[in-house]
Every structure is written in C-alpha cells, then in structure tokens.
Design a protein around this ligand. Structure first.
Ligand code: GLU
Length: 331
C-alpha cells in the first residue's frame, strides 16, 4: 500500500486519486476476512464475504470508484434514512419529531429492552428498528405498496432511475423476522403505531429490500452533503431542514453501537445496513484547499462481511483511512 501522507498538492486528477483508492481497496479487501456476512435474514448469507467496493462522487461530478462497483445489494437499514425523510416531507418535521425522538439508544438496533425499561414516550430515533417501524406506520397510504411508492418516488429523484425491489430478500426477511414482528406488537400495544401492524411491517420489510449500488449511495450522500440540493440539476430534492436532521441522525445514530467511535475516528455523517452498505455525506470543508473533494462529496461503500457491531468491517476501515488521508472529517 502507498505509505505515509501524500502531498495532495501535487495534483488531484481523477486518474491520480484513482491509483490511491485502487491501492487502498486492494489492501482493505484482506480485512474482509475479519468479519462475517449477516445470516439472520437467510438470503443475505449468499453474499460474497470478500467483496469490497467504494464510489466517491464530488460536487464537480468527479467520480472515483474502485473494487466491486457493480454488485447490487439491498438497502436494509440505509432505507431508514430515506423513509424518515419521506415521512418528514409528507407529514411535517414537528409531526414526526413528536412521534420519534432523535436520541441515540445505546442499545442494539433491534432491541426491545430499552423501550420497556425506559418507559419512553416515543422510540429513541428513526434509525433503529422500533423507530423505523413507527415511521413506516406513519407513511401515507393504506397498503404497503402505496407507502413504498412514496419511497420509490424520492429515490427516483435522487438516483435518476427507479430502483427495484429484491423479492427474494423481501420474502426471506418477511418469513424470518420474528424479532421485528415482536417489536411491531410491542409498538402496537404501547400505542406508538399509527396504522395497521401488518401493512406497517410489510412496508418496512419491502423498504429494506430495495436494491441499490454504491454509485446510488454516493449520489444520495452527495445530495445530503449539499443540504438536500442536487447541485448538478440546481434543484432542491430534500428540504434543507430535513436534510440537516437526517445528517445529525446519521452522525449520532447511524452506525449502530459504534456511532460514537465512527464519529470520533471518521467524523462523517453515515448510515450502514446489515447487507454491508454504507452511505456517507461529506459536506464542503474550507480548511485545506490542497485536499481532494474540499467542496464535498458523497460516498457509497459495499462490503458484506460485518464486524461485531453490524457494520461492514473492511468498509469502515477503508472509510477511516480515506477520511484521515483526505481530511474529510466535519470536525
Ligand atoms: N431489515 C433489517 C432488519 O430489520 C435491517 C437491519 C439493518 O440493516 O440494520 O433486521
């Protein structure tokens, strides 16, 4: 691997940055052996644990991508950011924040314990399952397909095409997800759900099963980095206030129980999912003009071998390396 700190002043052409990123991906691919693919949703276990890919899209459109760039994977928990944004756009921010909090839970993403132990007035945040299932119950529409449609509409605007539902993953989760059903029943009993439980769970399972690529995640990250603007089209896709809340949630709650460590060592708003994806939003920074992507970038990562906190093990290490080399931290 290229060692030491490069003099980023010497040139920032796409080809030049590409060499570094290729080198780093090759190095961190070996780290995939330290993790394991998720298997509690049976179809996810079919992923190749040694896959690793990254896509970085800058404001000018400069793109650096390397590794397994074409492999589709399901959004899983990354969809929670999108469904929360959609719900805020449809229902209003204060309506949503009255029903879902914005505090890290400090518990596993699929925990019920914290809800019961703390006698909370609302789920801790929309990026854990209890919060996300509550959000799915608030999305407008009587059927899961109508609710999903509002998610597809936003994704289509963000990505420039309509992504597809991965039916195998959806059915696999639907037929195995006893824990999420338990969370759903708990939410129903406590009065947090706004609509029918089965429709809500179907919506949640389907939104988690939307196929994307790392380029898609980089595009989403780029729009969030620019406070909801698609800078290429000069169009606001997500209202600024909502994009900002989404980034705060990603920074404080986006990487499961490793969110504090990720904020400390990487310092970028990001959200991961159990299929091994990570979306990251790097806002413009003015510290050092010599660094690449000072005007911000979106990053998509895929690496299905997960560490003990449920994040892509090699993906996190790769992101940490790049963030340090290119001074991407927002702090
Ligand atoms: N569909 C997954 C579940 O609810 C999403 C989990 C995740 O990506 O964190 O178990």
């Amino acid at each position: 691997m290229v060692q030491g700190t490069a003099n980023w002043n010497t040139g920032q052409t796409q080809e030049w940055l590409q060499q570094y990123v290729d080198d780093w991906v090759a190095f961190y691919r070996k780290h995939t052996d330290d993790g394991e693919v998720a298997s509690y949703i049976p179809v996810l276990a079919k992923a190749d644990p040694n896959d690793l890919g990254i896509s970085i899209i800058g404001k000018s459109g400069m793109t650096v991508r390397s590794g397994d760039t074409e492999t589709p994977f399901t959004m899983q928990s990354i969809s929670k950011v999108i469904s929360f944004i959609v719900a805020c756009m449809e229902r209003g921010v204060s309506y949503m924040l009255d029903r879902v909090d914005v505090e890290p839970s400090g518990e596993a993403f699929n925990s019920i314990m914290h809800l019961e132990m703390n006698q909370v007035q609302k789920p801790f945040n929309p990026l854990i399952n209890a919060g996300a299932i509550t959000v799915s119950s608030i999305l407008p529409g009587k059927t899961s397909d109508i609710r999903l449609e509002s998610i597809f509409r936003l994704l289509e605007q963000l990505l420039g095409y309509r992504p597809a539902l991965n039916v195998d993953v959806y059915e696999s989760e639907r037929d195995s997800s006893m824990r999420n059903r338990a969370i759903g029943y708990y939410l129903l009993e406590t009065g947090f759900l706004e609509s029918d439980l089965n429709v809500t769970l179907e919506t949640y399972f389907k939104q988690c099963s939307i196929d994307v690529t790392i380029d898609d995640l980089a595009r989403i990250g780029m729009v969030l980095a620019n406070d909801g603007m698609d800078v290429k089209k000069g169009e606001e896709i997500i209202p600024r206030q909502i994009a900002r809340i989404a980034k705060v949630l990603m920074l404080t709650c986006g990487m499961y129980d490793a969110s504090g460590k990720f904020a400390t060592y990487v310092g970028i708003p990001a959200k991961s999912g159990v299929s091994g994806g990570i979306v990251a939003a790097v806002p413009p920074r003015v510290r050092d003009e010599a660094m690449p992507f000072t005007d911000g970038c979106g990053i998509g990562v895929y690496g299905p071998a997960l560490g003990d906190k449920g994040n892509s093990i090699a993906g996190i290490r790769l992101l940490r390396h790049i963030a340090n080399q290119w001074d991407l931290s927002i702090f």
